[in-house]
Design a protein around this ligand. Structure first.
Ligand SMILES: C[S@@+](CC[C@H](N)C(=O)[O-])C[C@H]1O[C@@H](n2cnc3c(N)ncnc32)[C@H](O)[C@@H]1O
Length: 262
């Protein structure tokens, strides 16, 4: 099925970047762990049958999910992430694959959990159509993703340096809802939560982004941060986002989404 492309993503490069970050990922993933826990808290009580953690990364959520279902798959684009996930000993079956072309049979799952992975897709609607295809009737999806406005301070600071935002594009809430509805999910529940992180220095935020492998994937991403002089200018430009408590603010807009296949 062909759907509108939201962004161009070099998937081989994305997999390499996340794979290379895998060993250090957890140490830089405070935000990702908080979001995933918030998503997990929305999982309805009870035991599930066949489940998938889509974009499972290092498998941080696999043990908790495994305790709630009969059979669990963990799927990720990056073999390096899966190698790390294998060390959790969760019993999940690990699969290398793409959310936009899931290597899973139609109507084979009761539950899909996916935290902060789907924003990396080229065509979100294609990924949502895949979720719909692999779910059994009545099956549920819980996913979190980033919405536009995420990392707006970093985008503004970069704009002040060279007129370009240097951050990934994120879907807006309306477009997210439309893509879900067009994929067959008639009544998506979308909760939008702002998340404000505080950093002593900009370098710490940049280290976290690099540490989880989350560099810019789309237009302009290949330019990187540039030389030291640009970094100094960026650091100065970011200073205006220092809060009353002395920390620099980095904000995300997170969508926590619940879906059910009719
Ligand atoms: C920010 S990490 C989140 C990992 C984990 N869910 C967590 O919350 O810690 C994003 C993960 O999504 C994976 N990913 C990105 N695009 C993907 C795709 N198209 N299909 C499957 N996995 C993908 C990356 O390899 C990476 O492991």
């Amino acid at each position: 099925m062909l759907h509108e492309r939201f962004q161009a993503v070099d998937k081989a490069q994305l997999a390499r970047r996340f794979g290379a970050a895998a060993r250090h990922y957890d140490a830089h993933a405070r935000f990702q762990q908080e979001v995933g826990q918030a998503l997990l808290a929305q999982l309805p009580q009870g035991q599930w049958g066949d489940a998938l953690d889509l974009g499972c990364g290092t498998g941080f959520f696999l043990p908790a999910l495994a305790s709630r279902c009969q059979q669990l798959h963990g799927l990720d684009l990056a073999p390096g992430m899966l190698a790390q996930a294998a060390r959790r000993g969760s019993g999940a079956r690990l699969l290398c694959g793409d959310a936009e072309a899931l290597p899973l049979a139609d109507a084979s799952l009761d539950l899909v959990f996916s935290s902060l992975a789907l924003q990396w897709c080229e065509c979100p609607q294609q990924a949502f159509a895949e979720l719909h295809r692999v779910l059994r009737p009545g099956g549920r999806v819980l996913f979190s993703t980033l919405l536009d406005g995420s990392l707006w301070q970093l985008a503004q600071a970069w704009q002040a340096v060279d007129g370009k935002p240097h951050i990934n594009r994120f879907l807006g809430q309306t477009r997210l809802r439309e893509a879900l509805e067009k994929s067959g999910f008639e009544t998506p529940i979308i909760e939008v939560r702002p998340w404000h992180l505080g950093y002593g220095q900009l370098a710490e935020l940049l280290r976290d982004l690099k540490g989880i492998g989350a560099s810019q994937v789309n237009e302009g991403g290949q330019e990187g941060l540039g030389g030291r002089a640009r970094l100094v200018r960026l650091t100065q430009a970011y200073e205006r986002f220092r809060r009353g408590d002395g920390l620099l603010e980095a904000s995300y807009r997170v969508a926590l989404v619940q879906l059910q296949r009719a």
